[in-house]
Write a protein that binds this ligand. Structure first.
Ligand code: PHE
Length: 489
């Protein structure tokens, strides 16, 4: 391995990105500095997954055990995928749709696939964003307690008018940010929202640790007890099979959480200046994303445990956010409405910065491929997302039908789109990217790109082994698991 690294470093030009084709894109915008880039990328990474999935998985998979495995994977597997995509973006100065083809002509189709993912995600992400807007308004107008009633959520999403309206509101906010461009839009928006989001998460987490509640049976539970369930490793009855479940859960979560395999990090990487320290930025993005995920657990699990007991900790996804948590806020008495409003404002910020990145991946692709203006590209993507969003909303109304997915889950249109993008396309894109960089273009290209400014790529050996062998192998396991073929683990 030592020799391999030396060889690739000596052999200048070998395993590099094709230089001749790398015309400087003079008019391309760029982030003004590394803070702007890190906050924008962290804004993409910190999303609904951090809030509604990470805490649940941690509670289900043995608390601290999950946390440790997640952290190890973040520093190895996550680092590899993130570094690869950001380096591809910065080197090619292209959007996902065109970047792969620029690296190797024959690999163009992978770019199409990578760009398809955000096209599919955007419509349903806006629908969920619209639900968040609705709940925030409910708490802001002091009607939060009605959201705690049984059936409120399913009644609401089944309606024809409001969900559509709020989906459009969410989409338009995102579109305006994209219209304003990389600096005045994405960057300045992330620089305001991300520090605010962090502050809110820390504030709610601290509050969560201080609560105490005695239920109807006279049992008193405290936030600190819930916190202990979250962080203390529970190895009781752990089997090999159980360990694999934890591993695959952590891997799937990390993969989704870092916003890789959907072209986003390539698009954002293409806006990073050539003199920026990539390695440092990548580490900071990972730390931000993991810290917010961990804090989301501190925010949610103690509160849910205190007011709903251990069973409450079993909810995840939309049912955690839109059904369980409103009940928790209602049990908090007077403080509930304010905490609820703060919580949904925070979720809205997280969802907005993620949606902005999804839209940018598509808009930059349209711009690079068809050489149209930002405004035109953004209008095209807004219309596509709008049409898709209407379909998704109607999936709970006029177009309601119950589809059973290959993995056995019952689904509506939203879930079908989620399944196609997350379970099938994303692992495929990531496997393709690893093969392209690991075996065709060669890992040296990424290492060289990262070290261009003289910074040290500390985990070289690890990176090479990861991108060539381990990451693709883990991704194949993930793909088989998510399409329901591998049900043993
Ligand atoms: N990374 C985001 C999260 O953890 C998810 C995301 C999905 C981001 C789709 C952008 C687009 O929630």
């Amino acid at each position: 391995m030592e020799r391999y690294i030396e060889r690739i470093q000596k052999r200048k030009g070998a395993g590099r990105f094709p230089q001749g084709e790398m015309k400087k894109e003079k008019n391309r915008h760029s982030f003004s500095g590394s803070i702007g880039f890190v906050l924008a990328a962290a804004g993409s990474a910190v999303g609904l997954g951090n809030i509604w999935r990470f805490p649940y998985l941690a509670a289900k998979d043995g608390g601290g055990l999950f946390l440790v495995i997640y952290l190890i994977l973040a520093l190895t597997f996550g680092f590899t995928l993130l570094a690869t995509e950001i380096a591809i973006g910065r080197k090619t100065k292209q959007s996902p749709l065109t970047a792969y083809g620029k690296l190797k002509e024959k690999w163009k189709p992978l770019g199409v696939l990578a760009c398809l993912v955000p096209v599919i995600i955007m419509p349903y992400y806006c629908v969920i964003g619209g639900w968040v807007v609705k709940y925030l308004l409910a708490y802001l107008t002091g009607e939060g307690s009605s959201a705690a009633a049984d059936g409120y959520f399913t009644d609401y999403i089944g309606r024809a008018g409001q969900p559509l309206l709020f989906m459009i509101v969410f989409l338009l906010i995102v579109a305006v940010i994209i219209f304003r461009g990389v600096n005045r839009g994405i960057e300045s928006f992330s620089k305001i929202l991300m520090p605010l989001l962090l502050l809110m998460v820390v504030g709610i987490a601290v509050f969560s640790l201080t609560i105490k509640f005695t239920d109807g049976n006279g049992v008193t539970r405290t936030g600190m007890e819930g916190f202990q369930i979250y962080v203390i490793p529970n190895l009781e009855g752990l089997t090999i099979k159980g360990f694999f479940t934890v591993l695959v859960d952590a891997m799937g979560q990390l993969f989704f959480s870092l916003s890789v395999a959907m072209g986003i990090m390539i698009a954002y990487g293409s806006y990073v200046k050539d003199d920026a320290n990539l390695v440092k930025s990548i580490n900071q993005i990972e730390i931000f994303d993991t810290a917010v995920a961990f804090l989301a657990g501190v925010m949610i699990l103690p509160a849910v445990y205190t007011f709903m007991g251990r069973e409450g900790m079993e909810a995840s996804g939309p049912s955690l956010m839109f059904v369980s948590l409103p009940k928790v806020f209602a049990s908090m008495g007077k403080a509930g409405n304010g905490i609820g409003a703060l919580f949904f404002a925070m979720v809205l910020f997280a969802a907005l910065t993620s949606a902005v990145s999804v839209m940018e991946a598509v808009v930059s692709s349209i711009m690079d491929k068809f050489h149209v203006s930002r405004i035109k590209a953004a209008v095209i993507e807004t219309v596509i997302a709008l049409a898709g969003g209407v379909l998704v909303c109607l999936g709970y109304n006029n177009l309601y039908f119950d589809i059973v997915l290959p993995n056995g889950a019952h689904a509506q249109i939203l879930d079908v789109m989620d399944y196609i993008s997350n379970n099938c396309l994303m692992p495929l894109v990531a496997i393709g990217t690893c093969i392209l960089i690991g075996w065709v273009v060669k890992p040296a290209a990424v290492i060289e790109e990262a070290e261009k400014t003289g910074c040290r790529f500390g985990r070289k050996r690890l990176y090479i082994v990861m991108v060539r062998y381990i990451a693709p192998a883990l991704l194949v396991v993930l793909l088989l698991k998510s399409i329901g073929i591998l049900s043993v683990i």
